[in-house]
Design a protein around this ligand. Structure first.
Ligand code: AKB
Length: 328
């Protein structure tokens, strides 16, 4: 049986259906802070606060859990606003999961982030092993989490696996409280015929990934034989890097009339502290990682998927995006 924490968040909203399709709906227990009633069609759901060890242990025992995808966590921008809570959820929650993993011999996936790097890290082709001195509390929780994962793996033989995820672009659920959220918000504005005010400068370039690539990476890493894994802290992972302006331009090629202006706020400093491109050769060598999506196919598919989900006025947009690559 599989437990997914933070299942209603951005990654969970895509990972849970993928796991249910692969493993069988009955074998996946989704959980989150929200009190969403389970229904037979949507699969099992449990309300869970990951900072509460007893609650977590009750679920592990009740469902005889063997694997936890521990996705519950607070992102970078919100972490700066609520640092204490960010530490409790991100570090306390992970420690609870690792303690139970040790006790019940569970396999664990936990997402780290490009936020585990800071301004003194090499910005281009950031190596797997390098300086990790982040300037955000979120980043500090990610470095701590990586070291905890490595410690539990080395000291207690816990089979914990992790990826340093870049900014994620997805259509099922919006992120919340992240610095890379602009990349998703831009699509919603474009399809709703709204101008978008971007909270980072046009030339802000960050490592990004389309969610299907991220889900595939997680599944691939979890399928890999333990002996091929040379990294037990967290693997660098990359797909594409683009600037806010490049994204806006690519969207405008398919949704003519989309406008974007730039009004940086406190998230600019966070973005500036992160890498631009990532060297993910260890993930490629160890377990065969290879992304599918670059900027162009990401934008095309994201617009198609979102257009079919959003309420009007997208009838218009649906038509527009069929005319691919409209000049801008
Ligand atoms: C965020 O922006 O906080 C996240 C991340 C890069 O970890 N998307």
């Amino acid at each position: 049986m599989i437990l997914v924490t933070g299942a209603t968040g951005q990654v969970g909203s895509d990972l849970v259906p993928a796991l249910r399709a692969l493993q069988g709906a009955d074998r996946v227990v989704a959980s989150g802070r929200r009190v969403v009633p389970s229904s037979p069609t949507r699969g099992r759901y449990e309300s869970l606060d990951v900072t509460d060890l007893a609650q977590l242990e009750t679920l592990v025992r009740r469902y005889e859990i063997q694997t936890i995808y521990h996705l519950a966590g607070m992102l970078s921008a919100r972490g700066e606003q609520q640092p204490e809570r960010c530490w409790q959820v991100n570090v306390g929650g992970l420690q609870n999961v690792l303690n139970l993993a040790q006790r019940y011999h569970l396999k664990v996936f936990w997402p780290s982030s490009i936020a585990a790097f800071g301004p003194s890290t090499p910005k281009f082709q950031t190596p797997q092993d390098t300086v990790q001195a982040p300037t955000t509390l979120y980043g500090i929780t990610k470095v701590t989490g990586e070291l905890l994962c490595q410690y539990y793996a080395q000291q207690f033989g816990v089979d914990v696996r992790s990826l340093r995820l870049p900014g994620l672009v997805s259509y099922r659920a919006q992120p919340g409280g992240g610095t890379t959220d602009f990349a998703v918000e831009m699509f919603y504005a474009a399809l709703q015929n709204r101008p978008y005010t971007c909270f980072v400068q046009p030339d802000t370039r960050l490592p990004m990934m389309y969610m299907p690539d991220a889900v595939e990476a997680i599944l691939q890493l979890m399928r890999a034989r333990p002996e091929v894994l040379s990294v037990r802290s967290s693997y660098n992972l990359a797909a594409v890097s683009f600037s806010a302006q490049e994204l806006a331009t690519e969207i405008r090629r398919r949704v003519p009339g989309f406008t974007c202006r730039y009004q940086p706020d406190f998230r600019q400093a966070i973005a500036n502290s992160w890498p631009v491109t990532i060297d993910d050769s260890r993930a490629r060598q160890d377990w065969g990682w290879q992304p599918v999506y670059g900027l162009s196919n990401l934008v095309k598919e994201m617009l198609q998927q979102l257009a079919s989900r959003l309420p009007l006025p997208q009838a218009d947009c649906r038509q527009k995006i069929e005319f691919e690559e409209v000049s801008c």
